[in-house]
Design a protein around this ligand. Structure first.
Ligand code: SAM
Length: 245
């Protein structure tokens, strides 16, 4: 089973592929989208959950989603049709870092996809190139809530603590105008959904050739989460504006 298929199965019961509840997403969008007719771009949009939500809130808004996963984009298309916003959502399959649009955007989102750019600051730099004057970037990334184990650092990557993360961003000329720190409940709920949905699929499809592998992958992920990074992992979504200009 390839990584993308596994990820789609794992996210079956959690529309956002990030540790946030619907109400947290709504609060962030309320702060980040200030124009009813906003143009919005999501770099690493996955199944389009953020943009679909934003378009539902803003009937005059328009959105563009970019992702490399054809399966995720197909689901985004399907979900957008179901939500009645498909005509206002354009989806592109390409590398997020090389996406070019003919016009700037009032909101550029990138949540849980900073690895596609090589880290948080390169993500913000890519977002800045697409941003209209006075626009907002909504970026979601990991940080260390506590000192990570060597295993967690090596496996998940180099992050700062929360203060260090904010400092890094402000030093690059961004000002946070709002942020949401995922709660213990949101972090745990996300992981139980991830491992639980994949396990349930494996148990419901025992005759499928990928069933045993999926069950093992869920068990391995659960073990890595509980033993490896649950104690140290944090996630923050920041709404950012350029400090000057
Ligand atoms: C953790 S998911 C987050 C999806 C979405 N932002 C959300 O919060 O629901 C990361 C997404 O980034 C996409 N991705 C990874 N590398 C990428 C790249 N180089 N270019 C575009 N998308 C990429 C993956 O396919 C996946 O859909």
């Amino acid at each position: 089973m390839d990584r993308q298929t596994r990820s789609l199965l794992a996210h079956a019961d959690h529309p956002f592929a990030a540790p946030l509840e619907d109400s947290s997403v709504d609060r962030l969008l309320a702060r980040a989208v200030v124009r009813g007719d906003a143009r919005m771009l999501d770099l690493g949009c996955g199944e389009g959950a953020w943009l679909i939500r934003a378009l539902q809130r803003h009937p005059d808004g328009k959105a563009v989603g970019v992702d490399i996963s054809a399966e995720a984009l197909e689901r985004a298309r399907h979900r957008a049709r179901e939500a009645g916003v498909a005509e206002r959502l354009a989806l592109h399959r390409c590398e997020a870092a090389s996406f070019e649009a003919p016009h700037p955007f009032d909101l550029v989102l990138s949540v849980g996809a900073t690895h596609a750019f090589g880290g948080l600051l390169p993500t913000l730099e890519a977002a800045r190139r697409q941003l209209a004057p006075g626009g907002t970037v909504l970026v979601g990334d990991a940080y260390w809530e506590r000192e990570p184990s060597p295993w967690a650092r090596e496996t998940l990557g180099e992050y700062e603590d929360l203060a260090g993360t904010v400092e890094k961003v402000t030093a690059e000329g961004w000002t946070p105008v709002y942020a949401h720190i995922s709660t213990r409940h949101e972090l745990d709920d996300y992981e139980w959904n991830w491992t639980g949905s994949l396990s349930r699929w494996a148990l419901d499809n025992r005759d499928h050739p990928d069933s045993a592998e999926a069950l093992q992958a869920a068990a391995r992920h659960r073990d890595e989460w509980l033993r490896g990074y649950r104690a140290s992992f944090g996630f923050v979504c920041m709404a950012l504006r350029r400090t000057t200009g």
